[in-house]
Write a protein that binds this ligand. Sequence first.
Ligand code: ADP
Length: 604
Amino acid sequence: MHRLLPYFRPYKRLLLLAIVSNILMSVFLVISIPVLQPFLQLLFDIPRETSSTGILQEATGIQAIEHRLNEYFVELVRTQGRESALLWVCGLLVLTFLGKNLFRYLSLYFMAPVRNGVVRDLRNRIVAKILELPLSYFSEARKGDLMSRVSADVQEVDSSIIGVVESVAREPIIILGSLTFMLYVSPSLLGFALLLMLFAGLVIGRIGLVLRRQSAAAQKRLGLVSAILEETLSGLRIIKGFNAQQWQQARYERENALYASLLTQISRRRDLASPLSEFLGIAAVAIILWFGARQVFAGEMMAPTFITFLYAFYNIIEPAKHLSAASYSIRKGLGALERIEAVLAEPVKIRDQENALPVQVFSRAIEFHNVSFRYPSSEHDVLSHINLTIPKGKIVALVGASGAGKSTLADLLPRFYDVVEGQILLDGIDIRQLRLRDLRALMGIVSQEAILFNDTVRNNIAFGLEHVSDAEIEAAARAAHAHEFICALPEGYHTLIGERGTKLSGGQRQRLTIARALLRNPPILILDEATSALDSESEKMVQAALSRLLQNRTALVIAHRLSTVQYADEIIVLERGRIVERGAHESLMRQNGLYRKLVELQAL
Ligand code: ADP
């Protein structure tokens, strides 16, 4: 439980209120047990004078209290008659249950904001962590994993652990209270009842354990079955082409049959649990009845006392079940919490150094000095010994076959990854010494796919900037040749983009991302040219927007379509992570090397 405490800290007051309510609720429940007794005495018209628990021991504290209560009750019957005494007892019963349920509701009332708050905080922390972690952390597999943690694991923590807090505060008190009463009434009967409960609990617990193991196995099997279905769907063309329908069908049926037979086993076992527990329960009650009734016959105990004892026993069963379920779900919930905490504890490798230098302006040049890089997962260098200078105001274009390392090289500049060897200097200072925030503020990024968010057009342009005036947004949109089409949208700049919103064409999306970069007006631009071809009208607009964006800026352009890089001041040709050619378009064409080959290939 102590692992959970930090999560509850912000909700101390509410939690305290909930726990106090829970305690009061259990107190009322426990009080209701002895209240039942006078009622039964009245009903059976037992001679009041002798009514006591029957076991004649020296008066203990509780006995003294009971004695007083009894005397009071006898007095009540004597002065007011049986009828009104009955009314009193019934009233008292209603009152105790009113108290119990009032506090039960109150505890839930105080607990609701706690559990929802804890879950909200967890979700927020995961997303904050995701935004903080370096890009290198996120492989495709991890993205899926993170999705499941944010949804499934957080849900798991919610339903298990937090529900448990309620029962942990409540059930032990109910159990203790009832046990104390039972112990006081008849220690031997209690010992007997506990033994029976233990036995029934063990039998049912054993079934539960096997069930849980089998459920986990079934979950895995279901995964296999779905995997084959998925394969079937994605491989339909091949399956049909190779006439492998029957083969695939057989594979599926085999897995499916295994799953079904496992499910049958599980169903049978699960269906056994309820009849068995009912039977065991009744058997236990019958044995206790037999044992207790004999004590009643022998005059060792009053009948109402015995019935009250049974009621107390009944009160224990539910809380005991809850507690045992709670211990199981605590373990499950802690497992989920552990997986979440593993993400939260992930070290953030790319962050400000101590005494990171602020930087506001870019004045001379960006230099790559002997830069090498490899991904943690890759076996050899993705970039090796890159030397490159981008003077202020110049445009450098990267070309090369797909996989040559162009995007990787561009990603090093805003420190999405850190170089493995060598260094990147901005105006002579290693970018790792600069404040990350400042460094990235100097750069604008226009990526290959136009990434838009499910928000208004305006917010997609303002993206991350606060206090931007409408005039500024419009100016950026005009410069990006986007103003006209935005005005034609149903709600202009306030139109929602996204699944439920307006669909935009590829060229329009690109112009929005260009407007976004223009609004920021960064001195350095990293431009990953779109690969997908646009229709020529759109193409012209996007090109016009881009050349506007490139004006008076220092830029690193990843060029996919070589026809568009001829304006670059220097073209860098990459092959397998190395610079193989460099120079202006004309001179590269004259060199008759890889660049020329690439150009000619594209011209075909
Ligand atoms: P380009 O942009 O020229 O197509 P990239 O920079 O995307 O090339 O990729 C260069 C090489 O690095 C490729 O071999 C690619 O498979 C590998 N690579 C790219 N991203 C990752 C990554 N996140 N993890 C491991 N390897 C990667």
